[in-house]
Design a protein around this ligand. Structure first.
Ligand code: C2O
Ligand code: CU
Ligand code: CU
Length: 464
């Protein structure tokens, strides 16, 4: 690796911090955030950011059920939740560990849980064919065989995914490995903050509400880790934000309210070979980002917000406080190198047509649309003529984005490395290389705009 593949605290501070001190600007006026017709306190009051409880590889039960949830403002709101939490517990499992749990369906309709981003076999993948009826259970047991990364678990029953996710069923799944340990990034302590970002709407009683539309469910306000209008107290340290877009259909253009730059060090499939310094990043449904944000240049008492430039929402307000220095200050080592996929032997083209079809076919649970030989590099081309954004997602393997032509016409720096979800906007053609070398079996390819998926923009394929 060349020296610019190293990331050191000093470089991070010179890059982000140096530019930042000069760039400190007054915070923009916060966008007025509607909280729907919620009961309880209104206005722009902010509430402490929730940090979902962590669970390790063995969790006896993962129960899907209706629950009453306090989203920070003290009001109990009807939702669907994993183990009574919204988002569900954050899994933390190490490479080589075996994950076990039993899904318990206490909903009034079928469900199944999919581990988005995890490389697992067919029976553990939680695809739509594996849905279980109300009152039934489903056992999971699988080894973690992939690199450290932030993943996403959520329901995947056919026709019901959008509803169940919008009403609250989703959570983060962190994979750890020795490489990450070697880099000495913040892990598990207060400096590593998972941020599950989504939009939501409430009905007239203040409960979670879902109305599907073909162009995608657009909630009226943001929830971060299930918190309305969150703030988070930070020390003058470098923080690691593990960001997951858990929205059904909303694309965010993330930036800091004062235009501070931040480092992106990884995405869906884990760490990059080298960090990238940016002031904004676009994240579609199902995508993840690993971000380093430096608060050390700010004076105590300063507030700086993570905002979405698309909606104008203030997602999280960070309040810089005198917090004790962490025991194990961050000291960066080298980021791990990434194997490059090359020389694809087959090309497949997938056209995301209208709002419900791939290659002019609607999803049929019993139809297998194509077969992929195990272990061979393939070139998959995703095209569309409209109705985007289509966040295209593949189960069973990660891929590497090669090109985007038409539309935005480039591969963005945050799309390097290993991905499992890539944003295809109208008129765009996105080319990826992919290799299925974990398991043979049945997987799906689909649009992660969940209303498109539920209407049939999904395809079964078999790795043989
Ligand atoms: Cu995140 Cu097939 O899903
Ligand atoms: Cu998935
Ligand atoms: Cu779509």
């Amino acid at each position: 690796m060349s020296s610019n593949n190293h990331i050191r605290r000093r470089d991070v501070l010179r890059g982000a911090g140096g530019a930042l001190v000069a760039a400190l600007l007054p915070l923009p006026v916060e966008a007025l955030q509607s909280n729907g017709n919620r009961r309880g306190k209104g206005g722009s009051e902010r509430f402490p950011l929730r940090l979902p409880a962590m669970t390790d590889a063995g969790l006896p039960q993962l129960v899907c059920a209706p629950a009453m949830i306090d989203m920070g403002d003290g009001v109990q709101r009807g939702a669907l939740a994993y183990n009574g939490m919204l988002p569900g517990p954050t899994w933390v499992a190490w490479r080589g560990e075996n994950v076990t749990t039993t899904l318990v369906n206490n909903l009034a309709e079928p469900t199944i849980t999919h581990w988005h981003g995890l490389h697992v076999d067919y029976l553990n993948d939680g695809g739509p064919r594996l849905s279980v009826s109300p009152g039934q259970t489903y056992p999971y047991s699988f080894p973690i065989i992939q690199r450290s990364s932030l993943n996403f678990y959520h329901p995947h029953p056919h026709h019901l995914t959008g509803k169940q996710v919008a009403l609250g069923l989703s959570g983060a799944f962190i994979v750890r490995d020795e490489d990450e340990l070697g880099v000495r990034l913040p892990m598990g302590g207060p400096l590593e903050v998972p941020l599950v970002i989504r939009d939501a709407s409430f009905d007239s009683r203040g409960d979670m509400d879902y109305k599907a539309t073909g162009s995608g469910f657009m909630g009226a306000f943001p929830l971060v880790n299930g918190t309305l209008n969150p703030y988070h107290e930070v020390g003058k340290h470098l923080y690691r934000l593990r960001i997951l877009n858990g929205s059904n259909a909303r694309v965010y253009n993330l930036r800091m309210g004062n235009n501070q730059s931040f480092w992106i060090i990884g995405n869906d499939g884990g760490l990059f070979e080298a960090p990238v310094l940016l002031t904004s990043v676009v994240i579609g449904p199902g995508e993840r980002l690993d971000v380093l944000l430096d608060f050390s240049p700010y004076a105590f008492g300063t507030s700086v917000s993570l905002v979405d430039a698309n909606s104008g929402w203030n997602l999280v307000e960070f309040r810089v406080r005198k917090l004790p220095a962490p025991d194990d200050p961050v000291q960066f080592g080298e980021l791990p190198s990434i194997e490059r996929l090359s020389n694809p032997v087959t090309t497949r083209v997938f056209s995301f047509d209208g709002m419900s079809k791939i290659n002019n076919q609607r999803y049929d649970m019993n139809r297998i649309d194509f077969q992929v030989p195990f272990g061979q590099v393939e070139r998959w081309v995703f095209v569309t003529n409209g109705n985007g954004p289509h966040p295209v997602h593949v189960h069973g393997a990660s891929f590497q984005v090669q090109s985007r032509s038409g539309g935005r016409n480039q591969v963005f720096p945050w799309e390097q490395g290993w991905k499992d979800t890539v944003l295809v906007q109208d008129q765009e053609t996105v080319e990826v290389f992919i290799k299925f070398n974990a398991y043979r079996g049945l997987y799906v390819l689909h649009c992660h705009q969940l209303e498109h998926e539920d209407m049939g923009m999904m395809s079964n394929f078999e790795v043989v």
